[in-house]
Design a protein around this ligand. Structure first.
Ligand code: NAD
Length: 419
């Protein structure tokens, strides 16, 4: 059924996944129509002074899908070729992600069509401050709270926070999460998505009764999510046999020396050429004979073309939307257990929520408290999704969506239609 879906629209895919859950829930037509559209979409075109004195025009976005359960929450992505369609899809995904783990937030996403690697630090700051100003009418601690995503960093979040604070005339740390610790960031935010990926992977391996003495993992993407997932999975006794960046992957069936790899990456700017393994392509990485596969880079990497070649027993989706609906059908048919993105990578938004709460209270927690609370929330959500999946005989993704969509539908119905 999903095979004929228009694969080039992320938003059509997001709506399809919503429709599947809406069918399971037998959602009333009027609620269904409301939830399958985004609430607000802002497109901005803005100029930036470049170092060579030229002025370049950029396009940015901020989309809010739904705010029935609380302020909008979602990352800001700097990515060449970013489209409104992709941002709308990710905003919808954020609504379900916040709902499935029980955070009092709606969903949003934003970003700029730019490759941040081609900007100098000064240009990056100018672009960030101007973009933040352009979308500022939507932002604020009670309205819409951005966070980092692909291509953005804690430094970028600090500039956004400072820009909003300058407009307000006082510091507003709760306006953005994923900030550096010095300006109201939370301990553990950087590694939170990777930590969440680790927690749900360990629970899934337990559920699957994996017998191997040392399970293995291949991780696509070695950035914020992939890097911390690799370190924490290795600490938990899982052998990391492959990782990759946008250029290439590196593979060693005996396990990668992550410390040496990090040093290599620091010096060489990427994982390619690392002496402790063999270079492989990103496509080959996905097909390796491993226990666990963690796509933690970009969307739509598992498609109808390669899904049948996946050997992993478990896929933990560190990235957002790494699996197309057609690939999903094939993997489900093969019996591959998938921990879907809205659950698997929710560690980032969970600790962002902690950061927002700490900023609002101006009272900060220790790392141990943060990790304990993160573990509690994501593990509880994992078992809620698992029980729904088992009891209703649904794939994990549909079960996660059904739980999330039901919560948002309940909030929408009980609030009623204004005026
Ligand atoms: P990042 O920019 O820190 O790292 C991305 C990594 O993927 C880099 O190693 C990059 O080289 C690699 N990469 C880029 N293009 C690739 C390609 N075509 N093929 C293979 N590798 C490629 O980004 P991130 O923040 O780690 O985000 C990765 C994914 O996780 C995204 O889907 C993002 O939406 C999702 N996510 C991020 C967070 C967060 O808090 N950062 C939270 C939840 C989900």
């Amino acid at each position: 059924m999903a095979v004929g879906l228009k694969a080039d629209s992320a938003y059509v895919t997001a709506q399809h996944q919503f429709d599947v859950a809406a069918d399971v829930l037998d959602l009333p037509e009027n609620v269904r129509n409301l939830l399958r559209e985004v609430k607000r979409e802002l497109v901005v075109h803005f100029p930036v002074h470049m170092d060579d004195h030229s002025i370049e025009l950029f396009t940015g976005y901020r989309v809010q899908h739904n705010i029935s359960r609380g302020p909008a929450k979602g990352g800001i992505r700097y990515q060449a070729g970013l489209t409104l369609d992709a941002v709308k899809a990710m905003a919808m995904l954020m609504t379900w992600k916040c709902a499935v783990v029980g955070l009092p937030y709606g969903g949003a996403k934003g970003g700029v069509d730019v490759d941040p690697r081609r900007l100098s630090p000064g240009e990056l700051e100018h672009l960030t401050r101007r973009y933040a100003t352009e979308i500022a009418l939507l932002l604020g601690p009670e309205k819409d709270i951005p966070a980092p995503d692909m291509g953005t960093t804690p430094q970028v979040m600090a500039w956004i926070m400072d820009t909003i604070s300058m407009h307000e005339g006082h510091s507003v740390p709760a306006s953005v999460t994923g900030k550096p610790l010095d300006v109201g960031g939370s301990v553990g935010r950087d590694e939170a998505p990777g930590r969440g990926v680790t927690y749900v992977t360990l629970e899934a391996l337990k559920y699957l009764h994996v017998q191997e003495e040392t399970p293995t993992v291949a991780i696509q993407g070695y950035g914020t999510v992939g890097h911390s997932a690799a370190r924490l999975l290795a600490e938990a006794g899982i052998k990391v046999v492959a990782v990759s960046d946008s250029r290439t992957g590196i593979h060693n069936p005996k396990g990668l020396d992550l410390e040496a790899l990090d040093e290599h990456k620091r010096v060489r700017g990427g994982v390619s050429g690392f002496k402790g393994g063999e270079d492989i392509s990103n496509e080959e990485l996905l097909e390796l004979p491993v226990t666990v596969l963690v796509p933690a880079a970009v969307e739509n990497v598992l498609t109808e073309k390669n899904a049948g070649k996946v050997h992993a027993r478990l896929i933990t989706e560190g990235a957002n939307v790494p699996t197309t609906p057609a690939a999903d059908d094939i993997l489900n048919e093969m019996g591959v257990f998938i921990v879907p993105d809205i659950l698997a990578n929710s560690g980032g938004v969970i600790v962002s929520y902690f950061e927002w709460v700490q900023d609002l209270q101006a009272f900060f927690w220790e790392g141990e408290e943060i990790n304990t609370k993160l573990h509690h929330i994501i593990t509880r959500a994992f078992y809620e999704v698992l029980h729904t999946s088992v009891n209703k005989r649904l794939p994990m993704r549909t079960a996660a969506y059904a739980l999330a969509v039901q919560k948002v539908a309940n909030a929408t119905i009980v609030r009623g239609i204004y005026p």
